[in-house]
Design a protein around this ligand. Structure first.
Ligand code: ATP
Ligand code: MG
Length: 797
């Protein structure tokens, strides 16, 4: 093995070292959490480049999120002077986008095709349903969207789907119509990026050959969560042994962290990979560098309860560290309150940085209570998984204008802003325009010229505005373009005039900043620039020289010189970012996210909240074997995010979907090694013991919380907080007296409440009961509003 003395390798243990310096053949690293898989993958790229085994242009690496791709590039840049943009590093979607841009003609797409994120896709489906009078009770648009995405993930076009009943027949018909609509409008959804890129490689032997010669090293992180289509795509891209290709795949993964089966991930891809690619090198990494052993042993012990495992061991040299703290609360409110107190202590006394602390939960819905408590306490926090920046309405409006400038046929964008800000174009005129477009088989933009009357004039003015903007912005910087568009379209003024528009104006300003930093980071200049720059100063391997001379000099092989305007590149970036479900680096704030979103990340301290039967493990997966095993893997992922300190927390009652639920503590507690745990609140056998014998129970943090109990619930209530034999280190808040016989929601006139959008307000009146209950609330910043309690997210302050 050449160059094993490189300083790059000095940071690695023996197994990692061996993995990094493997010969250029297919290999699989199968190893547990925190064993350095991602580090090995990154170091291998650096080592291959440094030892001149490949040029940057010969590297393709797949990461799970855009953020991970960015981080990998930064790390590489820090390791050696290399042009990271010459390498293809990104998510499957990001890389497929790059392929399709380079070969848009072969792929049958306009050069300026736009990407639909999940939201856009749903509105496109809804529009289709309306147009074809689909009975939305029988075929809810969300379900159709799910069906279409599922087909694409399986590599199925409408003609490939097996039709057994009328319902499927109708769905397939709509799938077909949806495809036609997207094609007409020049847009692609996430699934389409992948599928079309796959078909491009499948159907064009010369393209395939070209990339097989080019990419000598293909590296895939989080391989356990690849789906069927992604694996098929890799097979086409690299070629199986015997197909005369020379590229080598390095796949790294952990079967115990496969958590996307519900979205089509196939852990079986690992075994298939070993068999089909005749993998000679399988490496195990057994040393964990992330966590202290109390944390690691907990994870190992838990996951050993799974039956379907490939089997691995994981140890650490770091010593036991602190015990894993287990906390029980009386209610979700008490849990949240305890969390806030504990967080304060972590930061103030124990010296943890806020951004190094994560609050994890199984379902997004759990974040609200936590947010309310953090918000009220003035504790900086950041939530992931809710609406991301590029998904906010005002940002989508701005982007829609920009997209229309790039691609006038993008009907989704057209409809979004044709009358926003309002310019006197009514629903009826838009309907007529849609009819005309349908009849002529053209886009809405093109159909405008056929309209007449006052509505026609307004529509024509709208189209003219876009066309003028396109001309006016030519040659401007991205920042100047966005500034001009925000101004000329009236968007900023519209929000300025709105009473609640201040936040939105701020977000629009943030869009300009986002564009600015995109330009700096990606190195985009004033005019159109090459999206990738081939070659590198660092190495001149035969691989890179072969590339340019072999490649036919036709347009379709301009992949190293794809020119894309900064605007087009920015719009692509925005759509792909909107599809990412992972945390972004941010200000010094505690991080709230689902366990799914935490994959691959690490924090000094981690709280796993809501560890209750039905919640985690989730009720949808509790009754089947595979589901439960996936929940356990999810728990394994959660535990292994922690470096130094881990808290496990559960609550006896919880408000979910408008109902108070009494939950047993999660079965996962019984699957953890007792000697690693420290029960901050006294250990209970579970809530099963509580109800029947009427009060043999003591313990748990907090009492009552914000939600007074109904008399019926009080029958099962335990003694108030003050009577419990609580041995807490940290909990200092006084007990809250339990109110009796108030309405279940506890919201009455005069109370202060909190709403996630409107903030704090005072209840003026309450009407109705049960599902019909509604409250009139005065929000100082937003005025008086009537809110249905079954829908509005109101919590008592
Ligand atoms: P996951 O399964 O969660 O994705 P992973 O296997 O990819 O984890 P990494 O994130 O690469 O693990 O590494 C975990 C931590 O251990 C990182 O902080 C990394 O820098 C550190 N680390 C890895 N290898 C070593 C080593 N040889 N010496 C010191 N630290 C290491
Ligand atoms: Mg990793």
């Amino acid at each position: 093995i050449p160059h094993t003395s490189s300083p790059l390798l000095a940071q690695l243990n023996e197994e990692q070292h061996r993995a990094v310096a493997l010969p250029p053949e297919h290999a699989l690293i199968l190893a547990g959490a925190g064993s350095g898989k991602t580090r090995v993958l990154t170091t291998r790229i650096a080592w291959l480049l440094q030892t001149s085994q490949v040029s940057p242009g010969g590297i393709l690496a797949v990461t799970f999120t855009n953020k991970a791709a960015k981080e990998m590039k930064l790390r590489l840049q820090a390791m050696l002077p290399v042009n990271v943009n010459a390498m293809w590093i990104g998510t499957f979607h990001g890389l497929c986008n790059r392929f399709l841009r380079a070969h848009h003609q072969l792929a049958g797409l306009p050069q300026t095709f736009q990407i639909l994120d999940t939201q856009d896709q749903l509105s496109a489906v809804k529009r289709l349903c309306k147009q074809f009078n689909v009975d939305e009770d029988r075929f809810p648009p969300k379900q159709l969207q799910y069906f279409i995405s599922g087909c694409k993930e399986d590599g199925q076009r409408p003609g490939d789907v097996t039709v057994r009943d009328d319902e499927t027949r109708r769905k397939v018909e709509l799938y077909q119509l949806y495809e036609e609509q997207c094609q007409r409008e020049g847009v692609v959804d996430f699934g389409e990026l992948m599928l079309r890129s796959y078909e491009l490689l499948r159907d064009n032997a010369h393209v395939r050959e070209h990339y097989r010669r080019r990419f000598r090293h293909v590296l895939v992180d989080e391989f356990q969560d690849t789906n069927k289509l992604q694996y098929a795509w890799l097979k086409l891209l690299v070629g199986l042994p015997g197909e005369g290709s020379e590229g080598a795949i390095l796949a790294v993964g952990d079967d115990d962290q496969s958590i996307y089966a519900f979205r089509g991930a196939r852990v079986g891809n690992m075994a298939d990979f070993v068999r089909e690619f005749q993998v000679q090198h399988q490496i195990k990494l057994e040393q964990n560098y992330r966590s202290f052993s109390n944390i690691l042993d907990s994870a190992n012990h838990l996951i050993s309860h799974n039956k379907t495992r490939l089997g691995k061991t994981l140890r650490t040299d770091q010593g036991a560290g602190e015990p894993v703290r287990v906390v029980e609360s009386a209610s979700d409110f008490a849990e949240a309150q305890w969390l806030v107190d504990e967080l304060r202590q972590l930061v103030k006394q124990d010296g943890f940085e806020r951004k190094e602390v994560a609050l994890l939960y199984r379902s997004n819905a759990q974040s609200r209570v936590l947010e309310t408590a953090l918000f009220n306490a003035g504790f900086p926090y950041r939530v992931y998984g809710g609406l991301r920046f590029f998904e906010r309405a005002e940002i989508k409006h701005a982007l829609a204008y920009l997209r229309l400038m790039e691609n006038p046929n993008d009907d989704t964008s057209f409809l979004r802003v044709v009358n926003f800000p309002p310019r006197g174009i009514g629903a009826r005129s838009i309907e007529q325009l849609q009819d005309a477009a349908r009849a002529a088989g053209c886009s809405l933009h093109d159909a405008v010229s056929a309209t007449t009357g006052k509505a026609g004039a307004n529509l024509a003015a709208f189209v003219a505005m876009i066309d003028v903007l396109r001309e006016q912005t030519e040659g401007l910087t991205l920042r100047e373009i966005i500034d001009l568009v925000l101004d000329k379209t009236g968007l900023v003024n519209h929000y300025r005039a709105e009473k609640e528009g201040a936040d939105r104006v701020e977000n629009l300003e943030e869009l300009v900043n986002a564009a600015e930093s995109f330009v700096t980071q990606e190195g985009f200049g004033r005019s159109a620039v090459a999206m990738t720059q081939g070659g590198s100063v660092l190495t001149q391997s035969p691989a890179s020289q072969g590339l340019s001379s072999d490649a036919p000099a036709t347009d379709e092989f301009s992949e190293d010189g794809v020119t894309m305007s900064p605007l087009a590149a920015f719009l692509t970036h925005a759509s792909l970012e909107a599809g990412d479900n992972q945390a972004q680096a941010g200000e010094d704030a505690v991080q709230l996210m689902t366990v799914h979103a935490s994959k691959g990340l690490e924090f000094d301290a981690v709280f796993i909240t809501g560890l209750e039967e039905g919640l985690f493990p989730h009720e949808n997966s509790m009754n089947d074997f595979d589901g439960l095993e996936e929940e356990r893997r999810l728990m394994y992922v959660a535990i292994t995010r922690a470096r130094k300190r881990l808290y496990l927390s559960h609550s006896q009652t919880r408000m979910l979907h408008g109902q108070t639920r009494y939950n047993l503590k999660s079965r996962f507690f019984d699957e953890l090694p007792e000697d690693c745990l420290k029960w901050i609140t006294p250990k209970q056998a579970g809530f099963a013991n509580l109800g029947g014998n009427g009060g043999g129970y003591s313990g748990g943090l907090g009492g009552g919380g914000g939600w007074p109990q109904t008399p019926a619930q009080n029958r099962h209530a335990r003694p108030a907080w003050g009577q419990s034999s609580l041995s807490t280190e940290t909990y200092k808040s006084p007990p809250v007296p339990v109110q009796k016989a108030a309405p279940e929601h506890g919201i009455t006139a005069g109370k202060q409440v909190f709403h996630t959008k409107f903030g704090e307000g005072k209840v003026l009146a309450v009407e109705g009961t049960g599902a019909d209950a509604r409250a009139q609330v005065n929000f100082p910043r937003h005025g008086v509003k009537w809110l249905a309690l079954s829908v509005a997210k109101l919590t008592l302050v």
